[in-house]
Every structure is written in structure tokens, then in C-alpha cells.
Design a protein around this ligand. Sequence first.
Ligand SMILES: NC(=O)c1ccc[n+]([C@@H]2O[C@H](COP(=O)([O-])OP(=O)(O)OC[C@H]3O[C@@H](n4cnc5c(N)ncnc54)[C@H](O)[C@@H]3O)[C@@H](O)[C@H]2O)c1
Ligand SMILES: [Mg+2]
Length: 288
Amino acid sequence: YLFELKEDDDACKKAQQTGAFYLFHSLAPLLQTSAHRYLAPRHSLLELKGLLGKFGQDAQRIEESVLIGCSEQHEAWFALDLGLDSSSSISAQALLHWHHTHQFCSRSGQPTKKNMAGSKRVCPSNNIIYYPQVAPVVITLVSDGTRCLLARQSSFPKGMYSALAGFCDIGESLEETVRREVAEEVGLEVQSLQYSASQHWPFPNSSLVIACHATVKPGQTEIHVNLRELEAAAWFSHDEVATALRRKGPNVQQQNETFPFWLPPKVTVAHQLIKEWVEKQTCSSLPA
Ligand SMILES: NC(=O)c1ccc[n+]([C@@H]2O[C@H](COP(=O)([O-])OP(=O)(O)OC[C@H]3O[C@@H](n4cnc5c(N)ncnc54)[C@H](O)[C@@H]3O)[C@@H](O)[C@H]2O)c1
Ligand SMILES: [Mg+2]
């Protein structure tokens, strides 16, 4: 059903009649608080036209909406950004951000036009079709069998460590990126690797983060930190990591000016990857 709406502008326009619209302003979502929770209000086309009229906006703006999904019953969902200045926060809706930042054809320089669903942009002068780009990123938790390797960039919040991450270079397989990034960032040779999970990650642009476990040969565990990319990297024991998983975010500074290390929040695939390793270690240390 979604494929049909992306390929057929008339079908998409018709779906707006019975669809639901989520509103944004300069890429920030409009939220309502209710009983200490944030809810994203949905607006029907009629309500949306009323809102636009109330604020003196042209109903034509509805053409700027983008299709973001549908219900099992084929109720289409749309996002519409009412903000005029889109240079501010990119904290939401990767697709709206992509439209704001890809307005021109990279070959002719002409302004491109979004299709009704917002699933692509087309250059009217040469018919080149542009689709939203997603940059693949690998995140790798390296283990030597009993410890795992965590690292931090200087841009991370104080005390936070995570698994090694890196963008795939053009032409690389994911496996090649894992081996290259681990070699580049900590000077270790990956012996084996195993896929774990993936996550769409819209910060700073649209990336697809693919999480993997990797092992190094026992005895080949000497770390050489690439200080151009990382501030620090070290091996951590199962107990240290299990304790850190329970810490919620930045902790108070300890007397000796250090921060007990903590890990990315639960919402990140980095957290899930590290948690999966701790659970696997716990299971493997249980008596058979
Ligand atoms: N969701 C998660 O759990 C999670 C975990 C780790 C990293 N990430 C994200 O993955 C991304 C990559 O992590 P990193 O900073 O360690 O990457 P990295 O080690 O490749 O270093 C970043 C460098 O990659 C280059 N680069 C930037 N954008 C690129 C692109 N689109 N394609 C190719 N190269 C690019 C730049 O030179 C940049 O300095 C970051 O945006 C980070 O937010 C998400
Ligand atoms: Mg990196």
C-alpha cells in the first residue's frame, strides 16, 4: 500500500483525505503533555486546514507533507513541517530534514520537486530521481573472551564510553569496515565477527547503524589508541560493564576528579550490544 502511495501522486493525495498528520516546526515535533507524558497529536486533513487557516497559512502547504507510514487498516500518516526557518535543530524527522537540505539537482543545479509522498525528489530538467540517502555505520564490540573493549571520543559526555563505531567507506562490505575501523581506532586484528542488530540513527544525518560482536586472538590484545579519533580505549571486565549498564547517565564527580564510566542510553543499539555481551558472558559462566 505504501509503495503505491509513493509511486502514484493521485493515490497519495486521496490517502491524505483519510490520513493523520503529525506537525513539526523547524524539524522539532509538536508535542502535548498529558499526565507527565509527551504525546504527538494527530490532525485530520480537515483539522489541519482549519489550523492553517487560523494562522493565516495557505492550505497549499499541505503539499509539503511527507508520508511516514500507515496503519494496518491503511490509514496513511504524514509529517508536515510548518517552520519557515529549517536551519535550526535537526533533532527529529530525518525525512523532513532530508527535504530541507536537498533542494537542488546536483547535476543541473535546478530546484528539484518532491513527489506527493515525499519519498523522492525529481529534477524537472533532466528527470534524475533523488532518494533519501542513509549512511551505513558499523558499531563493534570487541571481546578477548573475558573482557570487552570500550572507547570514548573527546566529543562524548564526560565519563561515557561506547563500542567502536565508524562509517562504511564507499565500496566496502560491512565486514571490511569492522576490520578496518577496529584496526584504525585501536590497532587490533579482528579474528571473527557476528551480526547482532541495527538501528536507524538520524544524528547528525541519516545513518543506519549495524551492530556486531567481534573477537580478537587471545594474546593479541595490546591496544594502540588512535588519538586522532579517540580520547581513550581500554579493556573492561564483565563485572565493570555489568555495573556500568545499571548507571543512568553522567554521575557525580568522584573525589579523585574521575567519573565512574557509564554507557550510552538504553535507546541506542550501542547499549543493547553491550548488554547482549554481558548477558552472554553471564550465561557462559553458569555451570552447565
Ligand atoms: N546509535 C548508536 O548506538 C550509535 C553508536 C555509535 C555511533 N553512532 C553514530 O555513528 C556515526 C559514526 O560514528 P563515528 O563518529 O565513530 O564515525 P567514524 O569513526 O567514521 O568518524 C567520523 C568521521 O567519519 C567521516 N564521516 C562523517 N560522515 C560521514 C559519512 N556520512 N560517510 C562517510 N564518512 C563520514 C568524517 O571524517 C568524520 O570525522 C556517528 O554519527 C554516531 O552518532 C551511533
Ligand atoms: Mg569511530
